[in-house]
Design a protein around this ligand. Structure first.
Ligand code: FEO
Length: 163
């Protein structure tokens, strides 16, 4: 049985995941506009993944006979300044999401809600992976982002992402 506190915080998280999807999509549109098609594809796939995260929580609440309350999704930013700043933005955003996931785990732990703790473990692992992947892109952009050939090759490489 999911408590009201856990229900509320999970519904908030659905909203955060869908917002993440919006943010990545907005970045994807911008990246496509400036001709970085590989980065655009990478962020578009990421957007889809975020929606899947939201749906995972949506299904969890329904499977637990709890309530889903979909809230308004705020408008994402749509003006960006350069590829490095976009990925720094992503990194900061993902760190906030990790914090939110950790708060869910803490609350579930306080309530001895083993089911939610078990469920949220997947998200903790996912956040570690996401932060690492983004940090890795940032490091490389910092190293040779000014070099147009290197940026071209990196764009090509990121465009190979399939899921
Ligand atoms: Fe679903 Fe990027 O966190």
């Amino acid at each position: 049985m999911i408590s009201n506190t856990i229900n509320e915080i999970l519904n908030e998280q659905i909203n955060k995941e869908f917002y993440s999807g919006y943010l990545y999509l907005s970045m994807s549109a911008h990246l496509k506009e400036i001709g970085l098609n590989g980065f655009a594809k990478w962020t578009r796939i990421q957007a889809k993944e975020e929606v899947e995260h939201g749906l995972k929580i949506f299904d969890y609440l329904i499977n637990c006979n709890s309530f889903v309350t979909l809230k308004q999704i705020r408008m994402p930013e749509f003006e960006f300044e350069g590829i490095l700043s976009i990925f720094n933005h992503i990194y900061e955003h993902e760190k906030c999401i990790t914090k939110a996931i950790m708060t869910i785990a803490e609350k579930a732990d306080e309530e001895n809600d083993r089911t939610t703790l078990n469920f949220i473990d997947w998200f903790i692992a996912e956040q570690i992976e996401e932060e690492e992947a983004v940090k890795n892109i940032i490091k490389r952009l910092e190293l040779f982002g000014e070099d147009k050939v290197a940026l071209y090759l990196m764009d090509k490489e990121l465009g190979e992402r399939e899921n």
